[in-house]
Design a protein around this ligand. Structure first.
Ligand code: CTP
Ligand code: CA
Length: 227
C-alpha cells in the first residue's frame, strides 16, 4: 500500500538500520568482502519509513537507490559501519543490524598495490573485527533501546538452523534475533525468506516467510510489541 495509507505505528520513533556488507581493504585497489545485496536492510528501512519512523540507514557498499525520506549514511569498512551505527544509535529507539559484517580484516592494509613476486603464494594475516551487535546489546547507547540482530544460518551435521540461531541469540544477547534459513535457493540474493524471530533467551516469538518487505513488516510488528 502507498506510504500515506500505512498505519503510522512507528511515528515518533528513530530507528537505525545497517544494511549491505562491509569491505576490508587489502591495498588501495582490493578488498575482502561478501555478497550481501543490502535488500533486506533496505526493505526494513523502507517499511519503517512508511510506518512513520525517522530512519537512519547505514549502508555498506549497497548499489540500490536510497529509499524516499530515509537518511542514508554510506560506509565501506567495518570500522566505518561501527562508528556510523554507534553515532546514530545514541539517539535511537531501535537499532537493527541487518548488515553482513566482515568477521575478519587484514591485519595491515598495504599503502600501495600488492605485487606478485615470482610464483610465491601470498599469505594474508587476518584479525577479528569487533562484534558491533554484541557491543550494542551490552552497552545500550540509549536507555531502553531495543537492539535487533539478523543471523543467516544453514543447518549442518551438528545442528539445525534453529539450534544455531538459539546459540547465537544466547551469545549476542540482543533483544531480538531474526534467524534466516539460507542455502538451497533461500535467503542471500533471493526474493523470498523464511525467518524465525527469537528473543534474548532464545525463545521463539514469531515466524515469517515471504518477500523481504513482508519479513520487514513482521520484524517491525514484533519490535513494536517489545518497545
Ligand atoms: N555482527 C556484528 N558485528 C560482527 C559480526 C556480526 O554486528 N563483527 C552482527 C550482524 O550484523 C548480525 C549478527 O551480528 O546482526 C549475526 O551475524 P553473524 O555473522 O550471523 O554472527 P557471527 O557472530 O559473526 O557468527 P558466525 O561465526 O556464524 O558468522
Ligand atoms: Ca559472521
Amino acid at each position: 500500500a502507498p506510504a500515506e495509507q500505512r498505519p503510522q505505528d512507528l511515528a515518533g520513533k528513530h530507528v537505525v538500520v545497517s544494511a549491505g556488507g562491509t569491505r576490508e581493504p587489502l591495498d588501495p585497489v582490493r578488498y575482502l568482502g561478501n555478497r550481501s545485496s543490502g535488500r533486506q536492510g533496505y526493505a526494513l528501512a523502507r517499511t519503517a519509513q512508511a510506518r512513520g519512523a525517522h530512519v537512519t540507514l547505514v549502508a555498506a557498499n549497497v548499489s540500490l537507490p536510497a529509499p524516499d525520506g530515509v537518511e542514508v549514511v554510506p560506509v565501506e569498512t567495518t570500522e566505518q559501519l561501527r562508528d556510523a551505527v554507534r553515532a546514530a544509535a545514541k539517539d535511537a529507539d531501535v537499532v537493527v543490524m541487518a548488515a553482513a559484517v566482515a568477521d575478519f580484516r587484514p591485519a595491515t592494509s598495504a599503502t600501495s598495490k600488492i605485487k606478485k613476486s615470482g610464483g610465491d603464494p601470498l599469505v594474508l594475516r587476518l584479525v577479528q573485527n569487533p562484534d558491533i551487535l554484541a557491543e550494542l546489546a551490552a552497552e545500550r547507547l540509549r536507555p531502553g533501546q531495543l537492539v535487533v540482530g539478523f543471523a543467516a544460518e544453514t543447518g549442518d551435521d551438528g545442528a539445525s538452523v534453529l539450534e544455531h540461531g538459539r546459540a547465537k541469540a544466547l551469545r549476542k544477547r540482543a533483544d531480538l534475533l531474526v534467524v534466516n534459513a539460507v542455502g538451497a535457493g533461500r535467503g542471500f540474493g533471493t526474493a523470498d525468506n523464511d525467518v524465525t524471530i527469537l528473543d534474548r533467551d532464545a525463545q521463539v516469538v514469531a515466524t515469517a516467510s515471504g518477500s523481504k518487505d513482508a519479513v520487514a513488516d513482521r520484524v517491525w510488528d514484533v519490535v513494536l510489541a517489545h518497545v
